[in-house]
Design a protein around this ligand. Structure first.
Ligand code: IPM
Ligand code: MG
Length: 358
């Protein structure tokens, strides 16, 4: 098949990990006779430096006409001054909004080889296989903001329609998995959460009676996520709770560096990015873990291009490489290869070699 894929490397380790994601896509295309046109465009801090805008018009237009977008990471101290007029993060939020990608899928599956890399006791991690569906284009991220000399406000608002559509995405996913949905809110305090719970309850009863639903408060859910993570299957939650809880959940998998994400809307076009940030502290050193980006490329093949078996090829190659002892610095451990780790590009080489063996 033919596909146009926009590639937005962004800042910090973004370009380093994106390069490996692109190589994986090219390798899959070559093996399976697909024609992927990969077009790079400036985004984030790099775009602010070049043109003053974190999401230049040309980049947005490229994304809008693409079948999918692969993104690295954005941001860094250079653009984070408290009085900064324009921030890389604003470009990312605008891109998500313009693309209409309201459902952010963040799977967390603990690969057995990485159990010992997690800070959580290995026996707690057995059987962990969950997916967050984070609402991505509403809530406090997008509400009106005010600031004067003594006070600041951020408005959190949700409409029925916004909750309904993300609930449906989560519910359909649950139907294809273990038929269990946990909805997380703060309905003992927040009005938006009371609306959230009401809408989730109604949609699930009316449209997905075959899926078991439980509601949890965000504080206790944060606790249960590390106490009994294997009990969760699909989790749906609002934008900011999802932001926080998915960083927490990624630690189950051993490192922020191995978690991918897919942001989807009503059509097939999606935005794919590792959940980690630009990691300015290690940028340019070639030691970042490319696995989160490579697995995001697999999600791109699955969700935007409908190439399920190609997605599985990449995932299997990553898992075989990890089983065989592939470790970047973030997941190095004394019991594997004496704690030695490989560079970002060497990790990409190992995964491509596994892909070629499939
Ligand atoms: C994420 C990131 C972003 C978010 C930032 C960079 C705006 O933390 O994708 O989780 O908060 O959504
Ligand atoms: Mg985040």
């Amino acid at each position: 098949m033919k596909a146009l894929i926009a590639v937005l490397p962004g800042d910090g380790i973004g370009p380093e990990v994106t390069r490996e994601g692109v190589r994986a896509l090219q390798a899959v295309a070559q093996r399976n006779g697909h024609e992927f046109t990969l077009v790079e465009a400036p985004f984030g801090g790099a775009a602010i430096d070049a043109s003053g805008d974190p999401l230049p018009q040309a980049t947005l237009e490229l994304c809008l006409k693409s079948d999918a977008i692969l993104l690295g990471a954005i941001g860094g101290p250079k653009w984070s001054a408290p009085d900064a007029k324009v921030r890389p993060e604003a470009g990312l939020l605008r891109l998500r909004k313009e693309l209409g990608v309201y459902a952010n899928l963040r799977p967390v599956a603990v690969h057995p080889a990485l159990r010992s890399s997690s800070t959580i006791r290995p026996e707690i991690l057995v059987g962990v296989d969950l997916v967050f569906v984070r609402e991505l284009t509403g809530g406090i991220y997008f509400g009106a903001k005010t600031r004067d000399a003594t006070t600041a406000t951020d408005l959190c608002s949700y409409s029925v329609m916004e909750v309904e559509r993300v609930t449906r995405v989560a519910a359909r996913l649950a139907q294809a998995r273990r038929r269990k949905l946990t909805s997380i809110d703060k309905s003992n305090v927040l009005e938006t959460s009371r609306l959230w719970r009401e809408v989730v309850t109604r949609v699930m009863q009316a449209e997905f009676p075959d899926v078991a639903v439980e509601h949890a408060l965000v504080d206790s859910a944060a606790m249960h996520l590390i106490r009994r993570p294997a009990d969760f299957d699909v989790i749906v939650t609002e934008n900011m709770f999802g932001d926080i809880l998915t960083d927490e959940a990624s630690m189950l998998a051993g490192s922020l560096g191995v978690s991918p994400s897919a942001s989807l809307g009503d059509g097939k076009r999606g935005l794919y990015e590792p959940i980690h940030g630009s990691a300015p502290d290690i940028a340019g050193r070639g030691i970042a873990n490319p696995v989160g980006t490579i697995l995001s490329a697999a999600l791109l093949l699955r969700h935007s291009l409908g190439l399920e078996s190609e997605a599985c090829e990449i995932e299997a190659a990553v898992y075989r490489a990890l089983d065989a002892g592939l470790r970047t610095a973030d997941i190095a451990s004394a019991d594997v290869d004496g704690g030695r780790s490989v560079s970002t590009s060497a990790a990409g080489d190992v995964i491509l070699a596994e892909l070629a063996r499939a």
